[in-house]
Design a binder for this molecule. Structure first.
Ligand code: DAH
Length: 340
């Protein structure tokens, strides 16, 4: 009787274990068959009712069933464990070939990129960088640059005024006066910055743009020093083959005054559509500092002379990178900025 029951338990255990699919199933079956109140344990407790001669036989059979179920559980456990591990590995697999999340890295604005190169060129010639205010007194922007109130040169620079005396500077030349007032010669400065003029916005005009001012004051400074400094900068910016040219022009604060040109980087000076057949492209104005301006700043114009220049930064960058619309610099379109 007991022997048959054992046999039945063994078959049931084998069947159930075969069907078990998870570690939880196995654990439940272990408790059901081998636990303290499990099927096999309770059958064994019935052994006490047997006549003594039968006990060893049944005891042996019971041990055999228990060993069998234990072995099967062990085997099934490791099989399921393996399968579960495989599943987990498959599910948690990292595909290291997938592209990563893009990291956006900022970069320099093209205006700044070229300005850095220009600054480097002049710093290597012993210049220091000076900054001046964008909100300026009329005195520094015009008056002390030999542009009195009724001077026609004011008409060419339509000015944003806050009061009759205070304005948005129209040119970085204002910094020349500020430097000469506070510093005795020798002076050798470069002053880049924003300037403002009332102007309609189009491909080549903007009410806000940048200039780079240069000023050198010392004994014995001549126009050839100006030419040399500009040439050094132009070569650094446009390559060894570039040529520079200065031609007469007029500015109230320089005498003589000059227009600065570089040879066209497109045609090398032959004349093309880009330079309108001229072979030259204008990049700014320059000249020998007017003795009147020197004297107005307390500098002895007999002992000292100097040159000055002012260039448009946007224009230089447009030439350098073949950009044909000034608005690109201010719109901050990432597709444009990413090219630099
Ligand atoms: N300030 C002038 C302008 O905005 C440019 C200029 C011309 C600056 C001659 C100078 C200079 O320093 O010497 O048109």
């Amino acid at each position: 009787m007991l022997k048959e029951k054992l046999q039945q338990v063994r078959e049931e255990a084998a069947e159930e274990l075969r069907r078990a699919e998870t570690s939880e199933d196995i654990e439940a079956l272990r408790i059901l068959f081998l636990g303290k109140k499990g099927r096999i344990t309770s059958l064994l407790s019935e052994m006490g009712k047997l006549p003594p001669e039968e006990r060893p036989v049944i005891g042996q059979a019971a041990n055999e069933v228990r060993n069998f179920v234990e072995a099967m559980i062990k085997e099934k456990k490791s099989e399921i464990g393996r399968r579960e591990l495989e599943l987990r590995l498959k599910k948690e697999k990292l595909d290291i070939t997938l592209p990563g999340k893009p990291v956006m890295i900022g970069r320099q604005h093209p205006l700044h990129l070229v300005l850095d190169e220009i600054e480097d060129a002049f710093i290597s010639m012993g210049f220091t960088i000076e900054n001046g205010p964008e909100v300026e007194f009329d005195k520094y922007n015009f008056e002390k640059l030999n542009i009195p109130a009724d001077h026609p040169a004011r008409d060419t620079q339509d000015t944003f005024y806050f009061t009759p005396d205070i304005l948005l500077r129209t040119q970085t030349s204002s910094v020349q006066v500020r430097v000469m007032e506070k510093q005795a010669p020798p002076i050798r400065i470069l002053s880049p910055g924003r300037v403002f003029r009332i102007d309609e916005i189009d491909a080549t005009h903007s009410p806000v743009f940048h200039q780079i001012e240069g000023l050198v004051i010392d004994e014995g400074i001549t126009m050839s020093h100006l030419k040399g400094a500009l040439e050094t900068m132009a070569k650094k910016l446009f390559g060894e083959n570039v040529k520079t040219r200065i031609r007469p022009d007029y500015f109230p604060f320089t005498e003589p005054s000059a227009e600065i040109c570089v040879s066209c980087f497109r045609c090398g000076g032959e004349g093309c559509r880009f330079c309108k057949g001229e072979g030259w492209i204008e990049i700014g104005g320059a000249g020998m500092v007017n003795p009147k301006v020197l004297e107005g700043c307390g500098i002895d114009s007999v002992k000292y002379s100097g040159f000055a220049f002012g260039m448009g930064l946007e224009r230089l960058v447009m030439l350098r990178y073949k950009i044909d619309d000034i608005r690109m610099f201010f719109e901050n379109d990432i597709r444009f900025l990413n090219n630099f």
